[in-house]
Write a protein that binds this ligand. Structure first.
Ligand SMILES: [Zn+2]
Length: 132
């Protein structure tokens, strides 16, 4: 894990424990993620993050709206996967960024308790995962 991932991880953990973001944490996240973090906060402000949890396993996946006018939604795991183009192109291919704005939005919304919670059966969740 890179130093910046470790820093990000500790900031996320403290946001999770307090359910709020200090100015200092905001500036660290902004420093680490730049424009992507600004975009992520806009998505969270619009309540654009759903957490879909399977019952009874409690496994979950995020569904995050994009910023384009078409309002497509992307399935994503906060830590290691997003179905968007930027994830594939900038992160997997070029290795330039730590994560895309949808993953950041998912992480931020989860840490703040700002997700829209959707409960489905484990079977329905499995069907969603197959489509990714
Ligand atoms: Zn993405």
């Amino acid at each position: 894990m890179s130093a910046s991932s470790l820093v990000a991880e500790s900031v996320w953990r403290s946001i999770e424990s307090t359910r709020s973001v200090t100015d200092e944490q905001l500036s660290i996240l902004h420093f680490l993620f730049g424009k992507n973090f600004e975009r992520a906060t806009r998505i969270v402000d619009q309540r654009g993050v759903k957490r879909i949890s399977g019952e009874p396993s409690e496994r979950s996946i995020f569904q995050v709206v994009g910023e384009s006018r078409r309002k497509e939604e992307y399935f994503c795991f906060a830590e290691h996967y997003c179905a968007c183009y930027s994830f594939f192109y900038d992160i997997v291919n070029k290795g330039e960024q730590l994560c895309c704005k949808h993953q950041l939005a998912a992480r931020l919304a989860a840490a703040l308790g700002a997700c829209i919670e959707v409960k489905v059966s484990d079977e329905q969740l499995a069907q969603l995962l197959v489509k990714i």
